[in-house]
Write a protein that binds this ligand. Structure first.
Ligand code: HEC
Length: 221
């Protein structure tokens, strides 16, 4: 091997080493090394299931007030989402979920021929009937209301939707009476914020003011 050949080989080796060293320094410059502030896999769990709209507390409404005023047709339309699992037919067939005709006032977990979860059976043991309140809570978030339920449905976020659906369910062969209006017991969900805002500064029970006063622009602050 001549000296010239040796030099060529050494030169080529040196050049390759230089290029590699250069890449080793330059390439990482193009990649971000600091970790992102938020890990990409963090999944935000639907926050509104727990608290509803930011300020308005999702208090159960006064059934005697909201049910007679509810939009039954709108409630029926909302049950389109339920129909993938439930039938509302008077013959009461079971599907993925139990038949719901006449469910208002029925004992939870008692529809013949349906294989309920242990959680639903347990609810029926301590809660004698599906009243408005419990249906409202179930529909809000079945898995939150009744952990372990087979009802894998996210829930109806809007309180008014739930009220309308309950009014529709009530129209399906239910004999559970609608209570007399008692606006003092609980404020209707829709006006809860207005009522509590107006009531916050006034001494409790000072004057029996009718509800519309809360909407007067010049109400005492
Ligand atoms: C993905 C299927 C599914 C959807 C959608 C669904 N449900 Fe259910 N539902 C079920 C199942 C399953 C059960 C039985 C739960 C158990 O045994 O824990 C159930 C139980 C119920 C019960 C209790 C019945 C009883 O006999 O005690 C009511 C009331 C109810 N659902 C109402 C509704 C309404 C109203 C909607 C629509 C707003 C709805 N469900 C949407 C699957 C569903």
């Amino acid at each position: 091997m001549s000296d010239l050949t040796t030099n060529k080989i050494l030169g080529a080796g040196l050049a390759t080493a230089l290029v590699l060293a250069g890449l080793w320094i330059v390439v990482p410059m193009f990649f971000q090394k600091t970790p992102p502030a938020k890990p990409g896999y963090l999944i935000a769990v639907a926050p509104d299931l727990a608290g509803g709209a930011a300020a308005a507390p999702d208090v159960p409404p006064d059934w005697g007030t909201v049910l007679p005023a509810a939009d039954v047709a709108a409630g029926e339309a909302k049950t389109a989402v339920c129909k993938s699992c439930h039938s509302f037919d008077p013959s009461g067939p079971n599907n993925i979920g139990p038949g719901l005709y006449g469910v208002v006032g029925r004992k939870p977990g008692s529809h013949p021929g349906f294989a309920y979860s242990a959680a639903m059976i347990a609810l029926g043991a301590k809660q004698p009937i599906w009243d408005y309140e419990h249906l409202y809570e179930l529909m809000k978030g079945p898995q939150i209301f009744l952990p372990g339920t087979k009802m894998t449905f996210i829930g109806l976020k809007s309180p008014q939707d739930r009220i309308n659906v309950i009014a529709y369910l009530h129209s399906l062969g239910s004999s559970l009476p609608i209570p007399a209006p008692n606006p003092k017991a609980t404020a209707p969900a829709a006006t809860a914020t207005a009522a509590s805002a107006a009531g916050a500064s006034a001494p409790k029970g000072a004057t029996p003011t009718p509800a519309p006063v809360a909407n007067k622009p010049g109400a005492p602050a």
